[in-house]
Design a protein around this ligand. Sequence first.
Ligand code: GAR
Length: 206
Amino acid sequence: MLRRRLAVLASGRGSNFKAIAASCRRDDFPAEVVCLVTDNAKAGAISVAEEYGIPCEYVDAGSRRGRLQDGAEEEIVRRLREYEVEFVFLAGFMRILRTELLSAFPGRILNVHPSLLPSFKGLHAQQQAFDYGVRVAGCSVHFVDDSVDGGPIILQEAVPVEDADSCESLAERILAAEHRIVPRAIELLASDQLRVEGRRVLGTDD
Ligand code: GAR
């Protein structure tokens, strides 16, 4: 079967990257991770790449939190082209993309965010939801556009908040939900099942 060429960009622990890499080992999964790109030389994601035999590329994105320094995005695009990447998944990549990646991979970049968008965009979304007192938290996988956490939503999973929850216990259940919807969204995208009509993404029904 044809496997679409996927790159994962990650800055941290790499648990979503691991969920993706594990799914890609399935015989019937329509994508393979051809490389990991990280902006953090100490990212846990690097040892996940080693465990799964996936090449890892480190790109120095500078020290400005949340922003990519000049030239970094061009460098990422250059390396992704070397791997003939078709799709890009941002799995905890904590930098805001500018134009180079978006124009190199139009409609082909996905992100996971730990809230039910459009609520609680930005950093520490689980803490924002917990502090707000929502009864239902969750996570979203969406297409990336030039807004922050604002592109068309592909999948979401709701996570009820229990009386006994701490922010940590809630974040743990949200993360488990991320590990379900992230591979599923990739599967849908890589098998050409998704259609975007304005803000609506169709083709996700089971
Ligand atoms: C995940 O919870 C992901 O949703 C979040 O970073 C975490 C990365 O964990 N991303 C964002 O907040 C992006 N705005 P991981 O490294 O274990 O996959």
